[in-house]
Design a protein around this ligand. Structure first.
Ligand code: NAP
Length: 340
């Protein structure tokens, strides 16, 4: 399925080119924008609602933003919407995709379509722009780790795919959407000869950069605050620091030898272990203490991360570091005040 894509004939890092990051209001995208500006790139990022200025105006305060950042409107569900954003850029990071949405009857419109059709929409724009030399998509370990026999398949590596029947059986709709989106992306890239590299991060934790937590940081904050009747997820997964995820994306774009899928994950743990760590370090917070009853997400597995290590990410930051950086930033923003 994954073909050997043509190697870059130059090093993007040396050219200090212009790149596009989709979904600039997102947790991962905002850090990518920050680090790319730090490295001297000219950066375009997309937002779907440019009127919602409070959501992204902090991006203008990033060093280099006033001189080298452009914010462009684009929506995953509007065909051709990304044409202007990617026209003339050297590389595209496609990170925009819904993460936390209510699992209700609108799931197709709110999660599956923006994830799957949105990815193809972005790729079609990229294929219409001859300047684009490489596209890096943020997929997920969710498109790798779910199957009936994950313990026996472990250590999981880039050759493994989540089983769509398993995802359906256990209502793992995010994993379902990410798996289909990634498979469709590889098919499209192969057909069109697009130079695609995919990063598959596990659950990302780190300090808050945006004004409000979204995505996985929202989940961590809810658990620390003891929301949802103090229930934490009955799930086991890999965890990874945002700094490592951003470094992996930049390596995936810059390294001429980067290709295929790239797992980015530090430690696999059950949420009960995360909760224990939080309770020991932060006994003053009403941390969730009841394990959820959902099934199918507590899959024992290990991950082989040699590919990203060989590409240059020598050491992952620890779980302790991820949580410490995250909680410190919540405290700094006053998000953990006046809790019961
Ligand atoms: P996030 O903070 O929730 O950001 C998601 C981004 O997608 C937001 O910018 C959001 O824009 C945008 N988006 C959603 N629907 C859209 C639409 N219809 N049109 C245009 N933009 C849309 O999530 P994140 O954690 O940074 O995740 C970013 C990517 O990483 C996703 O592809 C996710 O699947 C992947 N990933 C995340 C993790 C993790 O642990 N966080 C792990 C593995 C992979 P709005 O602000 O307008 O909603």
């Amino acid at each position: 399925m994954i073909s050997a894509f043509p190697k870059l004939s130059f090093n993007l890092a040396e050219k200090m080119s212009e790149v596009c990051v989709t979904g600039g209001t997102g947790f991962i995208a905002a850090y990518l924008v920050r680090n790319l500006l730090q490295k001297g790139y000219r950066v375009r990022t997309t937002v779907r609602n440019p009127d919602n200025v409070e959501k992204f105006s902090y991006l203008w305060d990033l060093p280099g933003a006033k001189e080298r950042l452009k914010i462009v409107r684009a929506d995953l569900l509007e065909e051709g919407s990304f044409d202007a954003a990617v026209e003339g850029v050297d590389g595209v990071f496609h990170t925009a995709s819904p993460v936390l949405v209510p699992y209700n009857e609108r799931l197709k419109e709110t999660l599956i379509d923006p994830c799957v059709k949105g990815t193809l929409n972005v790729l079609r724009s990229c294929s219409r722009s001859p300047s684009v030399k490489r596209v890096v998509i943020t997929s997920s370990c969710s498109s790798i780790r779910y199957d009936y026999n994950s313990p026996e398949r472990s250590p999981l590596d880039e050759s493994h795919w989540s089983n769509l029947d398993y995802c359906k059986k256990y209502n793992l709709w995010y994993a379902y959407a990410k798996t289909i989106a990634e498979k469709e992306a590889w098919k499209f890239a192969e057909e069109q000869g697009l130079n695609l590299v995919v990063v598959n991060p596990s659950f990302v934790i780190g300090p808050l950069l945006a004004p409000e937590p979204t995505s996985t940081l929202f989940v961590v904050l809810s658990i620390i605050k003891g929301e949802n009747n103090k229930v934490y997820p009955n799930s086991r997964m890999g965890f990874v620091h945002i700094d490592d995820v951003v470094e992996a994306h930049i390596l995936a774009m810059e390294a001429p030898s980067a290709s295929g899928r790239i797992i980015c994950s530090a430690d696999v743990a059950h949420w009960k272990e995360i909760v224990e760590m939080l309770k020991n370090k932060y006994p003053m917070y009403p941390i969730s203490d009841k394990c959820g009853a959902e099934e199918g997400n507590d899959v024992t597995h290990t991950m082989n991360t040699s590919k990203i290590k060989n590409l240059g990410l020598a050491n992952f930051k620890s779980l302790e570091q991820m949580l410490e950086d995250c909680v410190k930033s919540f405290e700094g923003r006053g998000l953990l005040q006046n809790l019961p």
